[in-house]
Design a binder for this molecule. Structure first.
Ligand code: PEP
Length: 259
């Protein structure tokens, strides 16, 4: 049985004071959450500080990692260093890194492999641009983004992994995909993985990301193949983010009790 995972991606926001306040608020608001996994992804420079103040039920996620473990790579941070300070999840393939840092599928696959090799959990972001969506290429794009990893690392690379389906046009726009569009893509992803390994597909956490807030969270999370959210802007507001998590916990529980 998959338990829902909600990750807050704080991107390039905050400072010590703002983020300490945010962490204190989340600690207070989320202490009673037992049936969801929760993680936050602060800017890397604050990860170590936050690791010392965050509650046990909130895990740490990094927004980025280098492909190398050590050496002459000025400015880079390794997966070993992130593991050393208690990081559990690492986001890889986010559309902002694909766009602003020209990260392509092959480079993303190398990052993915390093994360897996250290026993950390990659959160692989995939999803189509607006033009690809209009041209009906959504599933083709998602398949290609998954294939680059399958081709060089095999199906076991998806054991204990997370895929976040994030349509690029829905990120930071206030315009999320509809629950049915999301379910259709998530089901496609799970079926595609299941063609190679049913157990891995069954366990695979598939999150949705793209303008999640308290008004759309419930109708999306009740879709059978939606296992949680990757939340950007809304995760910077502790009340909104914790309410999204509470909606996830309540809605998934209702479904379980009905079945
Ligand atoms: C994201 O950047 O991963 C994201 C989902 O952002 P937002 O929630 O702001 O659309």
């Amino acid at each position: 049985m998959r338990s829902p995972l909600i990750i807050g991606n704080w991107k390039l926001n905050g400072n010590s004071l703002i983020l300490d306040t945010l962490v204190n608020e989340l600690n207070k608001k989320l202490f009673s959450i037992k049936k969801c996994q929760i993680a936050i992804a602060p800017p890397i420079v604050y990860l170590d500080r936050i690791s010392k103040s965050i509650s046990n039920n909130i895990k740490l996620c990094a927004q980025n990692v280098d492909i190398n473990l050590s050496g002459a790579f000025t400015g880079d941070i390794s997966a070993e260093m992130l593991k050393d300070i208690g990081v559990k999840y690492i986001i890889v393939g986010h559309s902002e890194r694909r766009l602003y840092h020209r990260e392509d599928n092959n480079y993303i696959a190398q990052k993915y492999a390093v994360i897996k090799s250290l026993g950390l959990t990659p959160v692989l972001c995939i999803g189509e641009t607006s033009i690809e969506n209009i041209n009906g290429k959504t599933k083709e794009v998602c398949k290609l983004q998954i294939d680059t990893i399958l081709d060089c690392q095999g199906i076991t690379a998806f054991k204990n992994a997370v895929i976040a389906y994030e349509p690029v046009w829905a990120i930071g726009t206030g315009k999320s995909a509809t629950p049915l569009q999301i379910q259709s893509v998530h089901k496609f992803i799970r079926n595609y993985i299941a063609q190679q390994d049913i157990d891995i597909a069954d366990e695979l956490i598939i999150q949705y990301g793209g303008s999640i807030n308290i008004t759309n969270a419930a109708t999306i999370i009740i879709q059978p193949d939606v296992d949680g959210f990757l939340v950007g802007a809304a995760s910077l507001n502790p009340t909104v983010f914790s309410n999204v998590i509470k909606i996830v916990e309540t809605s998934k529980n209702l479904i379980k009790n009905k079945n």
